[in-house]
Design a binder for this molecule. Structure first.
Ligand code: DON
Length: 587
């Protein structure tokens, strides 16, 4: 660390001192800031091996600010991550929360270690495959997606405790304080929350606990009205005071167990008290001079990224015409998602050929099967059209002045998770059980399916697509991730390709997206991602193209350019309430 972070009030888009810069949900502008360090004639700063300050990008300005406040109180990136994560639980209940789970990819600059904190939910002991089938033996989608049976044992509270205690500098209660304050004081409902609530209303209002939080005088809150969550504030306070036991044992645990039982589910005190995060080795590989550090199973993201990027490695993508480029990227996506379906699951339960799947030689073999101008049909198993993705789940990216990094994606799965808040706790339970292959070969809400590797079993973690990642080259570090269900992995892929092509953090967040997931055998494209000529050329190659989809995703990224010593952030313009901020050390 070069100097102590000054206690700096960061207010608004242009801070008067220009020591703080932010991008708030906009596509253009310069969320960048540089330290005034001396440079040599070729622009390389020989004295600089840590960033000139800190940068945070998250999906809400209040959560970004919560992290900045903690940095300004002397916290490191890990303390800030606890603050951002908890604040997102309060201000973005549609996406994630302490009733859900997540993955935290950490880089600890003092030891040089990369650590993957797996706070994925686990299946309750009651969750046998038969519980998710209806009388005809079909997948019971209501059970899989709504209410107590859709919820796994939450993992996020355990991650907050672990990250604070093992890697932070500040007490957990200090890092949770901003979230607790926002939960008490309330925050204005924004259109995405209102719209999402309307679409999940029938389910959410089945549950007493949810009605108590989201209805005022029997009416759902509208944009601009203030949502206060005193019960959630109290639950966070107990977590801060008592750590793991504050959530997984005692009063909160009793309330969770009672709520699940009241709605016909079955959780046990033992499985709640026994929930533990896992620290895992991240997946790392090289791509064109970048070291990519990313998510291992039970995320499918890192394996798929390794396959896709290593397949793409030899091609000079920037020099190809858009149709050729898209074709090759799509073919790499198709092959990686096929392997996701067949091989991947919870490493504590299944043997997976990870070394094979991430081997450059394996990618070379797959690359050899790609025809230069013909689509490979995916038709191996029938698929269902994937529904439109909403942008639940949330990602945040942090880098601090010591060079610590946090890339974290957290979720309750679909819009407002299971819809069910446990009365008295403010805790909205996830519906992550739908990420299991509850019925082998039957697509889930994201149109992805699975077989034995991702079959449900008590205590098992469901396969995820969440792909918190950072990449490092001789010149740059970039931290990125996104929500989007099965589309997360391809969002991160496109982001990495964007950084490799020299884009800024904000350009990476704004890039138009395409996606292919093997099944269904179709290229999805955001408006503007593929022009008419490219679509025509792709169709001639045999691809099915759906170029008329709505936008998706909510990518949050920060970057540090080591040569120019510039810190920058990019927030997805598709989400107007997100914000990326940079604060510089005091000179
Ligand atoms: O872990 C997963 O892959 C999913 N539960 C993530 C869900 C998600 O991103 C929802 N957003 N569209």
């Amino acid at each position: 660390m070069r100097t102590a972070m000054r206690s700096l009030v960061v207010a608004g888009f242009l801070a008067p001192t220009l020591l703080a810069l932010s991008i708030a949900g906009c596509a253009t502008g310069g969320g960048t800031s540089t330290g005034n360090s001396a440079t040599t004639s070729d622009g390389v700063d020989t004295n600089v091996n840590t960033p000139p300050g800190a940068a945070i990008a998250s999906a809400h300005s209040l959560s970004t600010q919560a992290g900045i406040d903690i940095i300004n109180q002397g916290g490191n990136a890990f303390d800030a991550a606890v603050a951002v994560s908890a604040a997102l639980s309060v201000v973005e209940p549609i996406s994630s929360g302490i009733g859900g789970g997540g993955f935290f990819l950490l880089h600890d600059a003092s030891s040089g270690r990369d650590i993957f904190v797996d706070a994925r939910e686990t299946a309750p002991e009651s969750a046998t495959p038969a519980e998710y089938l209806d009388k005809k033996g079909e997948l019971d989608r209501d059970r899989a997606m709504n209410g107590p049976w859709s919820a796994g044992i939450p993992g996020l509270p355990a991650a907050l405790v672990h990250v604070a205690e093992r890697y932070g500098r500040l007490p957990l209660s200090t890092s949770l304080a901003p979230a607790i304050r926002i939960a008490h004081e309330g925050f204005p409902i924004y259109p995405r929350l209102e719209k999402g609530y309307a679409s999940r209303r029938e389910v959410m209002e089945r549950y007493r606990g949810t009605r108590e939080v989201f209805l005022v005088d029997g009416k759902a809150l509208k944009s601009g009205q203030i949502l206060k969550q005193p019960d959630l504030a109290r639950t966070l306070e107990l977590l801060g005071e008592q750590g793991h036991a504050g959530f997984y044992q005692g009063q909160v645990a009793d309330q969770l167990l009672a709520a699940v039982a009241e709605e016909g589910g079955r959780w046990t005190a033992g499985e709640l008290a026994g929930y533990r995060i896992r620290e895992r080795e991240p997946i790392t590989f090289d791509y064109r001079g970048w070291k990519v550090v990313t998510a291992p199973p039970p995320s499918s993201g890192g394996v798929a990224l390794a396959e896709m990027l290593q397949m793409l490695q030899p091609w000079k993508l920037g020099r190809l015409d858009p149709a050729e480029r898209t074709h090759l990227i799509v073919e790499s996506m198709r092959r990686a998602y096929r392997d996701r379906t067949i091989y991947l699951g919870d490493p504590d339960f299944v043997e997976m050929p990870i070394a094979m799947l991430t081997d450059p030689a394996y990618a070379a073999g797959l690359r050899a099967t790609i025809h230069p101008d013909k689509a490979t049909p995916s038709a191996l198993l029938s698929g269902e059209p994937a529904p439109m993705e909403d942008d639940e789940t949330t990602h945040f990216s942090i880098i601090d002045t010591d060079g610590n990094i946090v890339s974290a994606t957290q979720t309750v799965n679909l819009l407002y998770g299971s819809g069910m808040i446990a009365p008295g706790t403010g805790v909205l339970l996830n519906n992550e059980m739908d990420d299991f292959a509850l019925k082998p070969g039957t697509p889930n809400a994201f149109g992805v399916m699975g077989f034995d590797a991702n079959a449900v079993a008590p205590g098992k973690r469901m396969l995820s697509s969440m792909t918190p990642t950072y990449i490092e080259s001789a010149d740059k570090i970039a931290v990125l991730g996104a929500p989007g269900g099965s589309r997360i992995i391809t969002e991160v892929l496109i982001g990495i390709l964007g950084y490799d092509a020299g884009m800024s953090a904000q350009q990476v967040a704004a890039e138009p997206r395409i996606h292919h997931q093997w099944m269904p055998d179709v290229i999805s494209a955001e408006p503007g991602a593929l022009d008419a000529t490219t679509v025509k050329a792709l169709k001639r190659m045999g691809h099915t193209v759906n170029a008329g989809e709505d936008t998706w995703g909510n990518l949050q990224t920060v970057a540090w350019d080591k040569r120019s010593d510039v810190l920058s952030g990019g927030t997805d313009p598709r989400n107007p309430v997100g914000e990326a901020k940079v604060v510089l050390d005091q000179p």
